[in-house]
Design a protein around this ligand. Sequence first.
Ligand code: NAD
Length: 498
Amino acid sequence: MASTVPHWINGEETRGTSGRDGPIYDPATGAEVRRVTYANAQDVDLAVASARNAFPDWRDTPLAKRTQIMFSFRSLVDAAKDELAELISSEHGKTKPDSRGEVLRGLETIEFACGISDHLKGENSQQVSTGVDISSVREPLGVVGCITPFNFPVMVPLWMVPIAIACGNTVVLKPSEKDPSVSNRLAALFIEAGGPPGVLNVVHGDRDAVERIIEHPDIVALSFVGSTPVARAIYEAGSRHGKRVQALGGAKNHMLVLPDADMDLAADAAVSAGFGSAGERCMAISVVVAVGDAADQLLPKIVDRIAELKTGSAADPTTEMGPVITREHKEQVESCITSGVEEGASLVTDGRGIRVPGSENGFFVGPTLFDHVKPAMAIYQKEIFGPVLSMVRVEHFTDGIELVNRNPYANGTAVFTNDGGAARRFQRQIQVGMVGINVSIPVPIGFYSFGGWRNSLFGAHSIYGPDGVHFYTRPKVTTTRWVDPVDRGVDLGFPRNT
Ligand code: NAD
């Protein structure tokens, strides 16, 4: 492993020309483990030129060949899953089983891309008018820019890249600068799978790199996943530059628990979805909405489970919850907890000041639970993105639905109940993009699409699955006549179908 992670352009590592780089930490120790090169505009231009040059041949590469490459890529990523998981854990801090799970979910979208010939089948209608046939096909767009967050350094790039590429586009990927190494590894595996150089390029960096990607005239579409303020800004700026944009943002996911629910199941789900990956998942549950007397049954069960959780380094196989991503983020999460106390929420379990033996400088925050949280409090309103679970008590089921529907975020939500009628009412009345019924993290399988509503997604397309194919292609409709027209001669009237 190089001590400075380079860009990956045209199938080769390059340091670029900016002379800038930044630190990568092991969040479990707080130590800088390596650095990563930051791209300037010139480096981005080089990556875009490589993708643009590769595009015509890749677009014309037969579907059968593209499919074979996707199958090989799938096999290589699958074979490398332990190595990739190790690399994720070393820069992100999540446990190895969690990292492995992320790679497996990423594999689902490569598997979807393996079926690209089926997904790209066109339509054809014959004799729509006398002697006239019509057909519609979807064609690739060109060079696509993909900008991804730190929290799923393999899965989120794989939500985008395999489908964009299988559709015949070429890609410039700008992963998070906090855990960038796995992106280079994926790009190398793509070459090993037979992918031509230039089809998948990786540039690293911060805002400078992203701004050049947004304004570059040869990039025709942008896929972004990250926080809501950046998603909104990228959607607006990308659209201003004439690009097709899908920008997925942050979340504040609620889990409604009705008094008739299986409380052990609900407590398991709340703790797993609230504290898995230290709460740094866009589908994490951050608010448990307890209806009626559900809170009094549920709270002690959650407390018991939190008491059993082991926080620590991913290097320790018994660890269940790792650190958060940076020291700055740890401080932000801790200051949110302090603000919750100041605003009058009941702090049931306090994760501040947790000490992990042997990892004293790691970025750890212990699992934290608040009860009696009110919608006006900052801990309710902010996306904390850490291991902080808030319980809000409401009187009626409909109060819970209204609460969820009023929240500006609308990524995922869940209901826990044994009443099928209530579950159905929830499913129909809830205004959120992804819904779980007794499922706390309803991330759709790879052959469906993933996307929130309101401030959790800007743009008309969800990501991966069928929406991914639509986003990365555009339709071409051809009207054909091969027989002699019945009526010859000039006719300035609008063509009629007769
Ligand atoms: P982030 O918005 O800080 O960064 C995302 C990407 O944008 C990174 O590549 C980063 O380098 C770049 N970036 C950051 N600030 C920028 C700026 N001002 N201008 C241009 N580019 C900028 O997000 P993050 O902290 O890496 O990831 C966590 C966030 O991502 C959370 O809000 C989480 O909910 C969200 N997320 C959403 C989904 C989803 O599917 N909706 C999935 C995963 C993560």
